[in-house]
Design a binder for this molecule. Structure first.
Ligand code: TXA
Ligand code: MG
Length: 336
């Protein structure tokens, strides 16, 4: 097998490194950055050339728009036209893993929004990314820092493994604290917020702040999604390992005993002592707690994918809270 020689440099978050990375961003270069959700591939959101380089590095289709990251909600007016609902959600959840879709302003290049008149924005919580945003002094467009269609990265090493030959700089901020991408809400009609992607901020939390229910995308919109038109992050096949994935409501101890050695079992929690646990049995969190499950999901999927198992049998999380985001990513991983 040909050896891969990663070329990207990994920077720790020393002040000098941050200043130089911010300078590179202002000059139109790309930097992979840590966020609390997953690592992102950042470029100056107001520079169409930098944003084109993001699409190239990821191999991302031009129809799939980018998320714009701001240092503070005070910058909202620069890139979008916020409404009262957006300001309420910003107060409640920013900095944090919530992305709002709002009408865009003219300064946002159309390549960022894939030609749409709306833009997705969020204020991230990771302290290093926040310092970089402040130093760069410009909004940063950043999709997840993975080759298009593969599992999102939750460590600097994941970024290097996927994009190391395509980019030059990675800022290491440690393993991502949340581990699944931000919740995306379409707020263009503030009376009818629509959940485009479940994440750590739940639809129920959003509904509580806005005092209106949060809608699921209409079936017609889902059909558009299938063709990659509305929110391509919702494309059925996404976040996919190469190994085929089969989903299960529950994987019993009996099923583990009867298991084939060349297939992996990805459980929500550690099996009870005495229950079979061969070298092909893995779990996301010892107690099955959802924050731990979400935090480890992508890293474990990558590890299993690298092991060459014939199949990964994955157990679904309970369909509530963060479990919805976990199951959403598992379903995409299983879609062929
Ligand atoms: O947690 C996150 O959101 C991470 C970190 C890096 O911030 N970013 C991320 O970006 O997951 P990405 O590009 O992998 O997913 C962004 C999703 C895409 O599915 C895209 O289609 C959707 O956001 N999106 C962006 N702009 C949109 C818009 N104007 N309308 C609808 N969906 C939009
Ligand atoms: Mg992505």
């Amino acid at each position: 097998m040909a050896a891969t020689t990663p070329t990207a440099r990994i920077h720790r978050g020393k002040a000098g490194a941050l200043v130089s990375l911010a300078r590179r961003l202002r000059a139109g270069e790309l930097v992979a950055v840590p966020t609390e959700t997953v690592y992102g591939l950042a470029g100056d959101a107001l520079n169409a050339v930098a944003c084109a380089a993001i699409f190239r590095a990821k191999g991302r289709p031009a129809a799939d728009p980018l998320i714009v990251h701001l240092h503070s909600a005070r910058q909202l007016g620069l890139v979008c036209v916020p409404n009262a609902a957006a300001l309420r959600l910003a107060r409640a959840f920013w900095p944090g893993p919530l992305t709002l879709v709002l009408p865009k302003t003219a300064v946002v290049p159309s390549i960022v929004t894939a030609g749409r008149n709306s833009v997705a924005v969020r204020v991230p919580r990771h302290p290093l990314f926040r310092r970089l945003l402040r130093l760069a002094g410009t909004p940063l467009a950043a999709p997840s820092a993975n080759p298009f269609g593969y599992i999102s990265p939750t460590t600097a090493e994941h970024v290097r493994a996927g994009l190391g030959k395509k980019i030059s700089h990675i800022l290491d901020g440690g393993p991502a604290a949340i581990g699944v991408e931000s919740t995306i809400v379409d707020l263009r009609d503030p009376r009818r917020p629509v959940l485009l992607r479940p994440g750590a901020i739940t639809a129920a939390q959003i509904a509580r702040v806005l005092r209106v229910p949060v809608a699921e995308p209409r079936a017609s919109a889902e059909k558009e999604n299938q063709r990659g038109l509305l929110a391509p992050g919702r494309l059925a096949r996404h976040y996919s390992p190469r190994t085929p994935v089969t989903l299960h409501r529950k994987i019993s101890a009996g099923a583990l005993c009867a298991a084939r050695a060349d297939e992996a079992f990805l459980l929500q929690r550690r099996p009870r002592p005495g229950a079979a646990s061969g070298s092909n049995v893995f779990w996301l969190d010892a107690q099955g707690r959802l924050p731990g499950v979400a935090r480890r999901l992508f890293a474990l999927l990558r590890r299993l994918d690298a092991r060459g198992f014939a199949r990964i049998h994955a157990e679904l999380a309970p369909e509530l809270g963060l479990g919805r985001a976990v199951n959403d990513r598992l379903r995409r991983a299983a879609a062929r």
